[in-house]
Design a protein around this ligand. Structure first.
Ligand SMILES: [Zn+2]
Length: 120
């Protein structure tokens, strides 16, 4: 979707007003066919201005939805990171010693652990 041009609706509206004035002047000079054609064209420009306004609203609403989704995702990522960070500290504090924490308990014998390099 192409982004709407912000001033286009005002240009359409100004053109419609100008054509309406020309239609009025044409009607004053008994050129009723010309006045009717100018009125139809002015109505066409007003319709275009309305459509441009609606397109601008839809683009703004889509931008707001995208921004909200991005913020929600950033918050979820931050919360996930905080959870992993807390779990890491908890694992460190609850392990027997740094060797047990570092190796995940695989390269560690608690029967011979001196707890010299204790984590807590
Ligand atoms: Zn240990």
């Amino acid at each position: 979707m192409t982004p709407p041009f912000p001033g286009l609706r005002w240009l359409y509206a100004a053109g419609a007003v100008y054509l309406a004035v020309l239609a009025y002047i044409s009607a004053q000079h008994q050129a009723y066919g010309h006045a009717a054609a100018l009125c139809c064209t002015a109505a066409l420009l007003l319709t275009a201005a309305r459509r441009e306004t609606l397109a601008a609203r839809q683009a703004r609403a889509a931008a707001v939805r995208a921004e909200r989704a991005a913020r929600a995702q950033a918050l979820a990522d931050e919360q996930q990171f905080a959870g992993e960070y807390a779990r890491g500290w908890l694992a460190l504090h609850t392990s027997c010693c740094l060797t047990a924490w570092d190796t995940g308990g695989t390269d560690h014998d608690p029967r011979h652990c001196t707890r010299k390099d204790t984590s807590a």
